[in-house]
Design a protein around this ligand. Structure first.
Ligand code: BG6
Length: 469
């Protein structure tokens, strides 16, 4: 096989997790409460400030205490990289302090050192689906301009402390989530069923500026740092070849691409400026904001890919809906879906990789992909997750084809290499891992780790640099 069709040397194979979905220890060592700590039903349901209900995020899979054993398992699989997030509330419990909590920094220092010990490249998401609850209560979340400075201080603290050991960073996980889950994405509270676009776009603007300032300060501290954006990719197909369906797909795609457009190109695209004007949405900007965005674009495009979406103008098609990542949508008759209704589309990964690379000409990092499924421990203790292997194999094959198309992809971190609490539904029934965790959605179980069949499969994928799938 020609070199061009192979994964590049140094390709960053690995896995990705988020602090609030696996660490547990939600009140330990000075950690403050986050939005996840009051979201017992997951990010698509309203928060519960009473905190009366059981919340699986509070316990996660106890990674806070088991990180050494868990990282040893990742090392056994041969991980080249590990993407994890830092809980803002471990570093700044209320978000607006000036001085960080040393115990929080020490925890992540230990995690990083453990990874470095095994030559695993740490990849850090600065903010993944959680923010200090105090910033919601005292400032109204990201609609307040004040959060820009708080975030900048937080990011600067992390870069200063870890820049010698950590090269790859991402500013906000799935920054477009603010459109779909405004509480998780922006700390915004609305009445059920209502969404205030003014607040949503204002919050997005503040996050863009905060992200750009983080890129600026990160590069000032260490010019070698690679700081990326991260979007939930939502590739949209026209339901039919009807011109109106194609147009609807383009329009739907823009709702996602707007976020990477601003972060990668450095300006608000004309289609969005027009949309805001037509809808009387007036984003308040400070002098210098547009220059900050322009001068501090991201180094690479990080994105998650689980499924594709469909746009249609036919009311009949609109009736057949399926659930999905952050967004329900029109059912695609050509695709099968996961047990949670997410439509499985490996070819879409190749298409979206080409789309993003054509658009930005910046390296891509596929930082999430995977199959959420129910896994069963057999009587002999094995977990035969062939369904997961099939899903991942098909997606990795398409990623390989995208590289052969000419797309520059620097790495692939599949989601949840160890089972963790799901984001949309806060359960452990839905599993993504190569490593099974004996804990159920009620938090019951021994917490023991068991290697699934996919463990050795992925180990071999990495060992052969994607040649044996
Ligand atoms: C992504 C998020 O959207 O999807 C992750 O970045 C999340 O945090 C993942 O876990 C899978 O979603 P879910 O709802 O199955 O956990």
């Amino acid at each position: 096989m020609s070199e061009i069709k192979k994964f590049p040397k140094g390709f960053l194979w690995g896995g990705a997790v988020a602090a609030n979905q696996l660490e547990g220890a939600y009140k330990e060592d000075g950690k403050g409460l986050s939005t996840a700590d009051v979201s017992p039903k997951g990010i698509m349901s309203p928060p519960d400030f009473s905190m009366k209900d059981f919340n699986l995020y509070h316990e996660g899979i106890d990674f806070y205490h088991t990180y050494k054993e868990d990282i040893a398992l990742f090392a056994e699989m041969g991980f080249k990289s590990f993407r994890f997030s830092i809980a803002w509330t471990r570093i700044f419990p209320n978000g607006d302090e000036q001085t960080p909590n040393e115990q929080g920094l020490e925890f992540y220092e230990k995690v990083i050192d453990e990874l470095v010990k095994y030559n695993i490249e740490p990849v850090i998401t600065i903010s993944h689906y959680e923010m200090p609850l105090a910033l919601v209560k005292n400032y109204g979340g990201w609609k307040s301009r004040k959060l820009v400075a708080f975030y900048e201080n937080y990011a600067k603290t992390l870069f200063t402390r870890f820049h010698k050991k950590v090269k790859y960073w991402m500013t906000f996980n799935e920054i477009n989530v603010v459109m779909h889950a405004p509480f998780t994405g922006g700390g915004l509270l609305f009445e059920e069923g209502e969404k205030n676009d003014q607040d949503i776009y204002q919050s997005a603007h503040h996050q863009f500026v905060a992200s750009a300032l983080a890129v600026k300060v990160g590069h000032e501290i260490n010019p070698d740092l690679q700081i990326g954006c991260m979007i939930a990719s939502m590739l949209t197909y026209p339901y039919s070849s009807k011109p109106e369906d194609m147009l609807a797909a383009v329009m739907q795609d823009r709702k996602t691409l707007f976020f990477s457009d601003v972060q990668a190109r450095g300006y608000y695209p004309s289609y969005m400026r027009n949309y805001l004007e037509e809808n009387d949405i007036n984003i308040v900007m400070e002098d210098g904001d547009l220059e900050i965005l322009q001068e501090n674009t991201v180094d690479y495009i990080g994105f998650s890919y689980y499924m594709s979406f469909v746009a249609s103008t036919d009311p009949e098609h609109l009736k057949a809906q399926t659930s999905g990542n952050l967004l329900a949508g029109v059912k695609n008759p050509h695709l099968k879906a996961s047990e949670w209704g997410w439509q499985i589309d490996p070819v879409g990964l190749r298409t979206v990789s080409n789309q993003l690379y054509d658009r930005y000409q910046k390296p891509l990092f596929i930082v999430e992909n995977g199959l959420g499924a129910v896994d069963k421990v057999e009587d002999d203790g094995s977990v035969n997750d062939d369904h997961r292997i099939d899903y991942l194999r098909a997606h990795i094959q398409e990623m390989k084809k995208a590289i052969a198309d000419g797309v520059d992809i620097i790495g692939y971190t599949s989601w949840g290499p160890i089972d963790l609490v799901s984001a949309s539904t806060a359960e452990l029934k839905k599993r993504y891992g190569y490593i099974y965790v004996d804990r159920d959605s009620k938090g019951q179980g021994s917490n023991k780790r068991i290697k699934k069949k996919s463990f050795n499969w992925y180990k071999n994928v990495i060992a052969t640099n994607g040649e044996e799938l």
